[in-house]
Design a protein around this ligand. Structure first.
Ligand code: 9PG
Length: 565
């Protein structure tokens, strides 16, 4: 497989006003875009269209998802479709899973930030952007426009309509190209290492063991629940004790609690610290409900819909009473506010912050500074939070466009939410065309295996929580165990999310097993590798030097073989 530069494609208000300088070497694309006109130009995307010569089909393509929850797995060119190529697709629920939420072309496959291609001879190409904070990067595999049966690889810098002023030139993130044979894992690791180096990735936090309130109590959590689990935690090896969604007085008002939490946030942190645990707390920093004090006091802080001028919806969530809006992270006052919220939370006693729904400012809309790309808007929010939280805080990204957060977060959710079921039940909401991003343990399994190469190259992978209970769950005991083993072998963060009162000695033994597997994997010289990454969706295998997880994700069964089994 060889890549030859062919041409440039620009999507912009005035494409002829733009000059793209590019050089495509064997191992790297370097490029920039400039506005050569005497007026502003809005730029949607700039692409170098390369020919993929001598690829023997069928061509396998790793479709890497845009944000934490977006499914990442193999697809076959000319067989599979992009999920947006589906009737009934609506913008928000599917748009949150791509940089560019306009539907893909018929037959095109796309991958965000990085991709791995393997042809029928076993030849492998891994292509990955070496940055994700100035703009997003998307790979599109397409047939030739001329109707010949060749293949094009579009390497696209997505600027999302950012306005370039007259004469303005922007460097675009370089793209690394590497070639191999068979298993793409070493190349993916090397790319992640190079991106991590370019972005000063935070990869040295200790292995994390903890408790999280979400996957048993969900929105209904109360202070009584928090304190009763804290009282039972003495027997458990948790460091962090993290309160999730449900404590806040409103989405956007993170410093005040609701009626189910009579104690203010600093008092809750003191209670956790007094029990010898590190207090952690969840926020969705870039969202604000219409009923929040922040939105009422500062209506001008919200991003807006381009057409209607109404506040820009960032999420629709039944547990929050419906739609909530998006803060404008190009407004300096908003950034000051975010910095202050983070500082206040750390000062209140929370050195661990889970930052959720952070894709929101990437959404298409009107923002105070039209010159910022979607990636820059998200990045600015992360930077403000890091400024406020300080260098020592552990920040966990969630719902995050992955490339925007390198160097900002210590941990990153790399898959969909687990749930107390393996496959999504038939009545669970699934965005049309988009399966694999909705809460279900099989969806967490998929990305835990397929994104394993990021662990300790870009951050600590957070595969999502363990659920060890055998009541109040639709997970079969074997499924609960299969997921726990995957978390262990991944080497990623190990957080329990049960009412501890439901757990007996068996759960404790399993957690100890997970931690032993996890510490062994986490100490390896390279991240665990997924042998069937380009063969199976979901993948079934994940190996370190010492052990291998072998699973049947259709059934939710797994075992570990090797030294520690
Ligand atoms: C709290 C939860 C937990 C969880 C997060 C996130 O696509 N969705 O509709 C969707 C909703 C919620 C969600 C993920 C996806 O969960 O991942 O750990 O913190 O928020 O509300």
């Amino acid at each position: 497989m060889q890549l030859r530069g062919a041409r440039v494609d620009v999507r912009a208000g005035e494409p002829d006003a733009l000059e793209v300088e590019w050089s495509l070497a064997a191992d790297r694309l370097s490029w920039s875009v400039a506005n050569r006109s005497d007026g502003p130009v809005a730029v949607a995307a700039v692409a170098v269209v390369a020919r993929l010569d001598a690829a023997v089909e069928p061509l396998r393509v790793l479709r890497h998802g845009y944000q934490s929850w977006s499914p990442t797995a193999v697809a076959t060119f000319r067989v599979d479709q992009d999920p947006t190529h589906h009737p009934g697709v609506r913008s928000l629920p599917t748009g949150m899973h791509h940089a560019d939420w306009t539907p893909a072309e018929d037959g095109e496959l796309r991958s965000e930030l990085v991709t791995a291609l393997r042809d029928d001879t076993g030849a492998v190409l891994v292509a990955g952007f070496l940055g994700g904070w100035e703009h997003d990067g998307t790979f599109r595999v397409r047939g030739h426009r001329d109707g010949s049966d060749g293949i094009e690889l579009w390497i696209e810098a997505f600027l999302g309509g950012a306005v370039l002023q007259a004469g303005e030139r922007r460097e675009l993130h370089e793209v690394a190209l590497t070639y191999g044979d068979g298993d793409p894992s070493p190349l993916l690791e090397a790319w992640a290492g190079a991106l991590g180096q370019a972005g000063h990735a935070r990869t040295t936090a200790p292995y994390q063991v903890g408790w999280c309130s979400w996957y048993h109590y969900f929105h209904g959590v109360t202070e009584v629940d928090l304190r009763s689990n804290l009282a039972l935690a003495e027997e458990w090896p948790f460091d962090v004790f993290q309160l999730d969604d449900g404590f806040q007085s409103a989405i956007g008002d993170w410093l005040s609690t609701n009626d189910d939490f009579p104690t203010p946030i600093d008092g809750l942190a003191s209670a956790i610290a007094a029990a010898g645990r590190t207090p952690g707390i969840w926020i969705a920093p870039f969202l604000a409900g219409a009923d929040s004090e922040v939105a009422i006091a500062h209506p001008g802080w919200l991003a807006t819909h381009l057409a209607s001028g109404a506040p820009l919806v960032g999420m629709v969530n039944e547990g929050w009473g419906g739609a909530v809006n998006t803060l404008d992270t190009t407004n300096p006052d908003v950034l000051d506010h975010l910095e202050s919220v983070a500082r206040t939370l750390v000062e209140a006693g929370y050195p661990y912050l889970k930052l959720d729904f952070t894709y929101a400012p990437s959404l298409y809309g009107r923002y105070a500074d039209p010159g910022r790309t979607p990636a820059q808007r998200v990045r600015a929010g992360f930077e403000a939070i890091r400024r406020g939280a300080g260098d020592d805080a552990f920040l966990l990204g969630c719902g995050a466009p992955l490339g925007t957060a390198v160097g900002m977060v210590d941990g990153m959710r790399i898959g969909a939410d687990v749930a107390p079921w393996w496959h999504p039940p038939p009545d669970q909401y699934r965005p049309p065309g988009h399966t694999g991003g909705e809460p279900a343990t099989v969806n967490a399994w998929r990305n835990t295996l397929s994104r394993s190469f990021m662990h300790r190259q870009l951050w600590l992978n957070d595969p999502d929580c363990l659920m060890l209970r055998t009541e109040h769950t639709k997970l079969e005991p074997e499924q609960m165990r299969a997921w726990a083993l995957a978390v262990g072998v991944s080497g990623g963060m190990a957080l329990v999310s049960d009412d501890l009162a439901l757990l007996g000695p068996g759960a404790r033994t399993l957690l100890d097993e997970v931690i032993a597997l996890g510490r062994e994997s986490d100490a390896g010289t390279h991240p665990p590798r997924c042998a069937d990454l380009l063969e199976s969706d979901p993948p079934t295998r994940l190996a370190t030097a010492a052990m291998e997880l072998v699973g049947d994700p259709a059934a939710g069964l797994a075992h570990v073989q090797g030294l520690l089994a």
